[in-house]
Ligand binder design. Structure first.
Ligand code: PLP
Length: 231
């Protein structure tokens, strides 16, 4: 990564922050209420370092192995997020190392996370990933399974559900999915008061997500440029 590439990342970050601020203003929301997670999967450590130098605090990874490698590099990231599908045998590589796991979608995974965290005397914050259209493409629980999963997680020590996450369907306007996720959060928040966050919105649809109440946007290519091939 040369100086020009690093400068480009700083410029793109500024653009993304402006897009978030404009979308928040249009929705009469406080831009500070929207956290930008820079999704750095497949990106080199130098790209992350350039974003850190520009004041970016939150970064997201989608594979446990890559997260482990990047943690070992000590790049100065304030908070890591795990946004990808998580297998139970990888839970130990993620729990306690990230501020938030966005992708809990089944009781067995919630149990594994809780047990690992409790053993270390921690509470792991997580989001429940909801698959609103039943695509099963990128994980997520069906909306009808959400109440049972919430109840299950609340029985466990070591895990705290902070909100909901979704990846919108590819061939559908994302706004409907984002509106559905916000409605689910609003419906279950009275009985589950810790259910606050809405992790939704990526490079192509962050404005729509902010308009529908996103509190966390997960942005990859708009910050880092095109993703290199899988490492
Ligand atoms: C890769 C990824 C993103 C970022 O996608 P972009 O379109 O590059 O912004 C967001 N969320 C998840 C879960 C991802 O895997």
């Amino acid at each position: 990564m040369d100086d020009g590439q690093a400068r480009q990342i700083v410029e793109r970050l500024t653009d993304v922050r402006l897009r978030i601020a404009a979308a928040a203003n249009a929705a009469r929301r406080d831009p500070e209420a929207i956290r930008l997670v820079a999704v750095s999967k497949f990106q080199p450590e130098a790209a992350i370092a350039a974003a850190v130098a520009a004041g970016q605090t939150d970064f997201g990874e989608s594979r446990a192995k890559e997260l482990t490698t990047k943690l070992a590099a000590s790049i100065g990231v304030a908070r890591w997020h795990f946004v990808g599908r998580l297998q139970r045998n990888k839970v130990r590589d993620v729990v306690g190392r990230v501020a938030l796991i966005h992708s809990v979608d089944r009781p067995s995974l919630a149990t594994a996370i809780a047990e690992r965290a409790a053993r270390d005397g921690r509470t792991q914050s997580v989001l429940i990933q909801v698959d609103l259209r039943g695509e099963h493409r990128k994980g997520g629980c069906a909306p009808t399974d959400l109440p049972a999963l919430l109840a299950h997680a609340e029985e466990l020590d070591g895990i705290a559900v902070a909100g909901l996450m979704t990846i919108p369907p590819i061939d559908d306007a994302p706004g409907a999915a984002f509106a559905d996720l916000a409605r689910l959060r609003d419906r279950f928040q009275p009985s589950h008061p810790t259910l606050v966050e809405l992790s939704m919105g990526m490079s192509a649809d962050l404005e729509t997500a902010v308009a529908h109440g996103a509190t966390i946007v997960r942005i990859g290519t708009a910050v880092f440029g095109a993703r290199p091939q899988r490492p």
